[in-house]
Design a protein around this ligand. Structure first.
Ligand code: ZN
Ligand code: ZN
Length: 138
């Protein structure tokens, strides 16, 4: 694929300017912040929003990326594939519903379309608030 370096650089500058405006809300936790930003800007396969959060809210959390990687979160969006998901109480429960063939069809539980508001963490914490649950594996 041909990449035009000038366009790409211009895009990076614009993006950097946008990112400069991106700040965690007061008390907002790491997970809610990253979820909100990935929703808006997408994931670029790096930890850019984690780092943004850490730099602004928890600059001493130097082991943060190691901890995330250990949980399988090798980029911003993977946090929500491998490490944390919205707590079960927010999901639409799965159910057996009548299917087209007259039988019953299983509908998997569905996450809410919009994440509930952050329940907040104390300053300096890199823990997700209580709307998030660790994804159980195995
Ligand atoms: Zn990603
Ligand atoms: Zn939160």
């Amino acid at each position: 694929m041909d990449i035009n370096p000038i366009t790409e650089e211009a895009e990076n500058i614009v993006f950097d300017a946008v990112l400069a405006l991106v700040t965690p809300r007061v008390g907002e936790c790491l997970a809610c912040f990253v979820a909100r930003q990935v929703d808006q800007f997408g994931c670029d396969s790096t930890h850019r929003f984690f780092l943004l959060y850490r730099d602004q809210r928890a600059p001493r959390a130097s082991a943060l990326l190691d901890r995330l990687s250990a949980m399988g979160a090798y980029c911003d969006c993977e946090m929500f594939l491998n490490a944390y998901e919205l707590a079960e109480r927010f999901w639409k429960p799965g159910a057996w519903l009548p299917g087209a063939d007259g039988g019953e069809e299983w509908w998997d539980p569905e996450p809410p379309e919009k994440a509930p508001p952050c329940e907040g963490v104390r300053r300096g914490s890199t823990k997700p608030c209580t709307i998030w649950e660790r994804i159980a594996r195995g």
